[in-house]
Ligand binder design. Structure first.
Ligand code: C5P
Length: 415
């Protein structure tokens, strides 16, 4: 596992808002963070360690006095092996313990032992939030340098209770996490092996219009391409992500250009050159509709069923890989999604497209790769094939970008 992606230790307190942590973990991992969770005893009344662990992909830590935990990884290590500690939901009780420096369970011990930045997302009943004791505790925590996100105002779980106390939404907590990390000295100083490089990435599907309301598309989710953009940024690169329509959030610290069609994607890629490395992870539609109309095609019962005429789209990877030296990025990486004879087709594709590397994967439906969270890939280079073990998409992205970083170094050394 690489040391480059940021590690979040999530302390889950016992409140009704604990269920939102599942969404927070999912979003944080989508952004390439590694998340480890510590749950208070009360938290386990609201969400199960099983579901938390399934999302973090790690064991969940709970008991300060568990012999196993202390032997394998104690509270000191837990707090040190994180770049940021996030407390969500931060209950009135947890805030009080933090303000008072208590350490009577694993969560509070971790919080007292840490030398890392801490962000809390309070969640409680409005009366508890407004109580002078909570006001004092929150003021103390702010004075101690602890960042606070929320709470928001609104309806409470209890009937007829409204006011400040609702935990901030997962996307708001994630934004606060990124802001907090961006201001830490360690983050600023960690320039990373892609510092000074420009990495250009395509991601997602393209939409090819039939008329103003209909289009041809494919099942690409954009997960892998977006993860590559996040990984490149985490390694210090300046990153341009040209994304087709995708439900994936824009990765933090990345310049994102949103496009619809293959032709728009090519134009955006051309406009973003020069780049040191270009990764073509988008599932570009091979054809577009030649006879697309400016008005919506009507189904009026009188006209005949429309016939779509298809014309081939530009091949973005091939176009960029065949640009003249100077304009062609020194490292051009394509993807090959195949359902049979994966390696053989991928080798041929590397030659045919003129790219340096091909990342090949088997996307036959039974693999669940298309739209899924995991990926098994083979990296085909000039010198051979590397088959990687099954990994989640952020991990594939990290390994690929680390490899790109060392390859660029060798290129610089030999030119
Ligand atoms: O030819 P095929 O679609 O299998 O090639 C896949 C690779 O080519 C991917 O890297 C994809 O992003 C890229 N590609 C492209 N423009 C196209 C078609 C594919 O950039 N029109």
């Amino acid at each position: 596992m690489s040391e480059t992606s940021k590690r979040i230790l999530l302390v889950i307190g016992g409140g009704i808002a604990a269920y939102k942590c599942l969404e927070l973990i999912r979003r944080a991992r989508d952004r390439g963070y590694r998340v480890r969770a510590v749950m208070t005893r009360a938290a386990a009344e609201f969400v199960t360690p099983l579901s938390v662990g399934a999302l973090t992909g790690d064991r969940v830590f709970a008991d300060l006095f568990s012999l196993d935990d202390e032997r394998e990884i104690g509270h000191i290590r837990l707090s040190r092996e994180a770049d940021l500690i996030v407390v969500a939901p931060a209950t009135a009780d947890l805030l009080a313990k933090m303000a008072g420096g208590h350490a009577d369970d694993l969560a509070t011990a971790v919080l007292l032992a840490t030398d890392k930045p801490v962000l809390v997302a309070p969640a409680m009943n409005p009366f508890m939030w407004r109580h002078p004791a909570t006001r004092r505790n929150v003021a103390q925590l702010a004075a101690d340098g602890i960042a606070i996100v929320g709470p928001n105002s609104g309806e409470m779980a209890e009937r007829n209770e409204a006011g400040p106390g609702r935990m901030a939404e997962p996307h708001e907590i994630l934004a606060a996490i990124e802001a907090r990390l961006a201001t830490t000295a360690t983050h600023r100083m960690a320039k990373g092996p892609l510092a000074g490089r420009h990495v250009l990435i395509t991601s997602g599907p393209t939409h090819e219009p039939i008329d103003p309301v209909r289009y041809i598309a494919n099942r690409s989710s954009g997960k892998q391409g977006h993860a590559i953009a996040a990984a490149a940024a985490a390694l210090g690169a300046r990153v341009t992500l040209v994304s087709g329509p995708s439900a994936q959030p824009d990765p933090a610290g990345v310049d994102v250009i949103h496009v619809e069609s293959a032709r728009d994607m090519l134009a955006a890629v051309e406009a973003s050159l020069p780049a040191d490395c270009a990764v073509f992870a988008a599932a570009v539609a091979d054809w577009r509709v030649a006879n697309a109309t400016d008005e919506k095609i009507k189904k009026d019962g009188k006209s005949r069923t429309p016939r779509l005429e298809l014309v081939e789209n530009p091949d973005i990877l091939r176009t960029i890989a065949n640009e003249p030296p100077g304009r062609r990025p020194p490292l051009v990486i394509g993807f090959a999604a195949e359902t049979e004879n994966v390696l053989e087709y991928a080798r041929k594709k590397r030659k045919a497209k003129g790219c340096d590397w091909i990342v090949a994967n088997d996307v036959s439906p039974e693999t669940g790769i298309m739209g899924g969270d995991r990926n098994t890939v083979h990296l085909i280079t000039e010198t051979g094939v590397d088959s990687w073990p099954e990994m989640d998409k952020p991990a594939v992205a990290r390994v690929l970008m680390e490899r790109a970083a060392s390859h660029l170094l060798t290129l610089t050394a030999t030119t």
